[in-house]
Design a protein around this ligand. Structure first.
Ligand SMILES: N[C@@H](CCC[C@H](N)C(=O)O)C(=O)O
Length: 307
């Protein structure tokens, strides 16, 4: 992966490493879309042994530049040419439409780096515009809310995980999910689920694969009226992660549907922390922490195989 400068003059590439409830990302700032982000390069960079290691990569790029360079055919719904665009890739190098934790970390990076000077702005994504509010931030920590858009519920489907089969709701939050609420599942049972053989979806259920969430039924509301629940997730293009923002919104909608409700606020615990999810008839939100933990440079030639 090189900047467009040719030959051995390629400059060292600056990166930032961050996470949202331990869903971790490599962030590359590339305003004019000069980087040639191939699937193999992204996979190598996200590899925890031969690269920096991450669940995904966030390229920080001007929306218009992605269209000019042919990465996008057109600007997605509501995205303006000047908006910063989160060009998201999974750890295996595949492209995904949206990443909820990624938007929180992306917005934090924009504020902390001075690329954006306001606390309210819009981030572009392949799933459309995602308005954010940065409630507080410093160089390392931030608290960010993302408007996650409409949650579309489809029919039910099944997933096999090891010897167990779970029924869930197919939910689109810009990207596809199967959110399975298991009423009698305790937090201990949830922690014991073995994802090591992956997840097997019904063959015709999802044209492009899906992320799978296993969620407990909600407990009694907390002091702020939020329903508590716990979740684990197996992400398309990654494997099990310690959190997934779009998955949390899908899980929130599934928990509410399980209660016979279509709107409400939840506080959901994942292995990497806790976030707030709000579901409304006309949209949804995700609020939670972001951390930017490191920065550095990729050495020119990092992607050449060892001789
Ligand atoms: N971790 C993300 C979701 C990333 C994309 C997902 N793996 C997919 O392929 O749809 C999140 O926080 O939403």
């Amino acid at each position: 992966m090189t900047a467009t400068t040719s030959g051995d003059q390629t400059p060292a590439l600056h990166f930032v490493k961050g996470h949202g409830t331990q869903n971790d990302f490599v962030i590359l700032t590339d305003p004019a879309a000069h980087l040639d982000l191939t699937q193999a390069h992204v996979a190598a960079l996200c590899d925890r042994r031969r690269g920096i290691g991450a669940d995904g990569l966030l390229r920080v790029v001007r929306s218009a530049a992605l269209v000019e360079r042919g990465v996008l055919d057109a600007l997605p719904d509501g995205v303006a040419p000047d908006d910063w665009f989160m060009d998201y890739r999974n750890a295996d190098g595949s492209v995904a439409e949206m990443c909820g934790n990624g938007v929180r970390v992306f917005a934090h990076h924009l504020r902390a780096s001075g690329l954006v000077a306001a606390d309210r702005f819009t981030v572009g994504s392949r799933a459309g515009a995602r308005p954010v509010v940065v409630h507080a931030h410093d160089a390392v920590h931030a608290d960010v809310t993302v408007e996650m858009g409409t949650v579309r519920r489809d029919g039910d489907s099944l997933v096999r995980i090891g010897d167990d089969v779970y029924r869930g709701v197919m939910i689109d939050v810009g990207n596809p999910h199967l959110a399975c609420v298991v009423p009698d599942l305790t937090a201990t049972d949830l922690a014991a689920i073995d994802f090591s053989d992956g997840v097997v979806l019904e063959p015709d259920a999802f044209a492009h694969g899906a992320n799978v969430e296993i969620v407990t039924a909600p407990g009694t509301p907390d002091g702020q009226g939020r329903l508590p629940a716990s979740m684990r997730v197996f992400e398309r293009g990654v494997g099990e992660t310690r959190s997934c923002g779009t998955g949390l919104v899908a899980a929130g909608a599934a928990v509410l549907a399980h209660q016979g409700e279509s709107a409400g606020t939840l506080c959901i615990t994942v292995p990497g922390g806790r976030v707030e999810v709000g579901i409304r008839a006309d949209g949804s939100h995700l609020r939670g922490p972001s951390m930017l933990v490191a920065e550095g440079h990729l050495r020119p030639g990092w992607d050449r195989p060892a001789s």
